[in-house]
Every structure is written in C-alpha cells, then in structure tokens.
Design a protein around this ligand. Structure first.
Ligand code: 13P
Ligand code: SF4
Length: 336
C-alpha cells in the first residue's frame, strides 16, 4: 500500500500510528538496506542526526561534503537524513531525481530567520553589494544570492571577491562576524542565528576549561564571538572531527550539536569528549530539535513509500543552482 502525503504527514505527527504500520518482527536497519538496493537509493546523513541514522548511511558528512556527494551520485533516489535546506540543495543539484526526507518539518532556525520578502527588501537597501549566503537558508533565498558557502569554505568563498567588493552575508550573523574577523572585511550581516550554537555559556565554558586544563576547546563558527575567542580550534563539523583525530590531546570540550559525538567516539574510542555547556543546561540545548526529528522509523516509512518528497519549481531550481555551482567551483580552486 502506497500512502499519500497527507497520510504520511498524519502518521509522522502521531508516532504511535507509525509504530502500528511497522511490522514489529522486522529489523529496521536491514529493511532500510534492502529498500536502498531495491530502489537504487543513496542515503546521505548529516553528523547531527542520531548515531543509528549515521550508521545506515552511504555517506555521513558536513553540509559541503553532503552537497558534493549529492552532486556526484548516480543513484535514482536521494534519501536525505538531515534538514530541509540540505535536501533542497540535493534537489537543486539533481532536478531529475526524487529527493526524500524522513520529516519535512525538519527545518533550521537560520533558514527561518530569513524569509524571502524581508531579505529582498534588505538587499534592495544596498545597491552594488553582492550577496554571499550561508547554505543554511531556503532555496528561495539562494535565488537572491551571488554565491553560497558552507562553514567549511566560507572564508575561501568570501576571499574570492576583491577586497573592494562590498558584501552582504546572510543569514548567520555569528558566522558572518567570524568571517569578518578573519578576513578584515566589513560585510553587512543579516540578523540570524542558530538556536543551538547561540546558547553556549562563556562563563560555564571557562569553568569547565578550569576543571579540565588538559582539554582542548573546539567550536563551530556558528557560535557567538565570545565563545569563539576561547577556542583552540574553530571549524565545520568535518574540521572538528579531523582535529580531534589528529590532535594529541586526550580530552576535548566540544561546542557543537551532540550528534557529532557519534563519529568522534567511533574515530577515537579512547579519547574523552565533553559537551560544552549551554546557558540552560537542563534543556538539552546541544541537540538540534530539527535534526532530531529524524528517526529510524521515519526513515523506513519514508523509503518504503517514497514520501515526503522535496519539490521545487523549475524557476527556483535554475536560479538557486547558479550560486551553488559557483561555490563548488571556488571550493575546488587551490588557495592563492
Ligand atoms: P556543517 O556545515 O559544519 O555541517 O554545519 C551545518 C549546520 O547546520 C551547523 O549547525
Ligand atoms: Fe540549523 Fe542550528 Fe540545527 Fe544546524 S544546528 S540545522 S544551524 S538550527
């Protein structure tokens, strides 16, 4: 029985209903692997989803790596286990393929901070400025951009413009501030932030560093600048992972979403990883509630019924593709 969008939507809202539809005798990870073969699908998972969802993936990575994998896949269907803007990027790069996402409600606070109309008004106030947009935004917003970047290549992308070129950076003001500090630019910043990375407490991090003087403190550039100032290393999720693998330290205080610990522990089982404390340590703030909407059950249902599907108009795909391809081109170029 194939279900329609509304039925899936209803099921996803009522978790019990999903369980009812799943035969309790099946092993979900095995069924997912079988469906993958049967449907010639590729599963792409972000580091922030639950470990079991990373373990069933063909590729686990950061936003840049996932976009690059999506661009080169020859699978017929792309199953994106992450958030909506990431699946949209995969769709833009593969307009002829079906792209599905276990839960369409898996959004992003950065994406939500920058609605198309408001950003268009903002952009109109700065004639002659080029727009660099962080990939964590909607496909619509990308259509208003000259180039896209991820946290892995942001500095390189910004530096590809001559120093005299005035720039707008959206939607993450923290990443924008960080790039300004590293490049000496004065990009105009859109006022958006990640709801996970803006919650870290400088005071509590300092306390923790005092308790663990042997630990290295590492942070994602979506954190606020007072947090970044304390860091021994700042980088994208892939960069943080590579750092803990290569560094001699035995202990790391980590300021990014908790899903990353799965790969860190796998790569370095003898090292200790301590989550950086947030302002309210009782709230599970290091979890991105959007990423955590993904589950093995939803992934199975989504692959079985090939829903929910990410769709975009031809016009948006064509316009949004240009700044994404420009990013990929610049990313390949060696640093001057
Ligand atoms: P990465 O590009 O480092 O994977 O980060 C994506 C993200 O959503 C960070 O919050
Ligand atoms: Fe968006 Fe932050 Fe979640 Fe990343 S962690 S998907 S930036 S809300």
């Amino acid at each position: 029985m194939l279900l329609n969008d509304n039925q899936i939507e209803k099921m996803l809202e009522e978790k019990g209903f999903i369980d009812e539809l799943i035969d309790p005798n099946i092993k979900l990870s095995e069924e997912i692997a079988r469906l993958k073969e049967e449907k010639n699908a590729v599963i792409l998972s972000h580091y922030y989803v639950e470990g079991e969802l990373q373990d069933v993936a063909d590729y686990v990575g950061d936003s840049l790596g996932l976009a690059q994998e999506a661009a080169k896949t020859d699978a017929e269907m792309i199953v994106f286990v992450g958030v909506h803007f990431m699946a949209e990027t995969a769709k833009i790069l593969n307009p002829g393929k079906k792209v599905i996402l276990p839960d369409l409600k898996a959004g992003c606070s950065l994406d939500e901070s920058a609605p198309f109309d408001k950003f268009a008004e903002f952009k109109a106030k700065y004639p002659g400025y080029k727009v660099v947009s962080y990939v964590n935004c909607s496909a619509d917003l990308k259509t208003l951009s000259d180039v896209v970047c991820t946290s892995a290549n942001a500095i390189k992308i910004v530096e590809s413009f001559p120093q005299s070129q005035k720039l707008i950076f959206a939607p993450d003001k923290n990443l924008g501030n960080y790039i300004n500090s590293q490049t000496g630019r004065e990009m105009v910043l859109w006022d958006g932030a990640c709801m996970v990375h803006e919650k870290y407490s400088v005071e509590k991090i300092i306390e923790l560093m005092d308790q663990h003087p042997d630990a290295k403190f590492i942070a994602h550039p979506e954190c606020e600048s007072p947090v970044l100032l304390l860091a021994n290393h700042i980088g994208s999720t892939t960069s943080l992972l590579k750092y803990v693998e290569a560094n001699n330290a035995e202990k790391f205080i980590v300021a990014t979403e908790s899903g990353i610990f799965h790969q860190m522990k796998k790569a370095c089982p003898d090292k200790t990883f301590i989550p950086a404390p947030s302002i309210d340590s009782t709230c599970g703030c290091n979890d991105c509630s959007y990423m955590k909407l993904n589950s093995l059950q939803k992934l199975y249902i989504c692959m079985k019924h090939e829903l929910p599907e990410v769709t975009l108009s031809k016009e948006v795909i064509e316009k949004a593709k240009e700044p994404i391809l420009r990013m990929m081109e610049i990313s390949k170029q060696p640093v001057a």
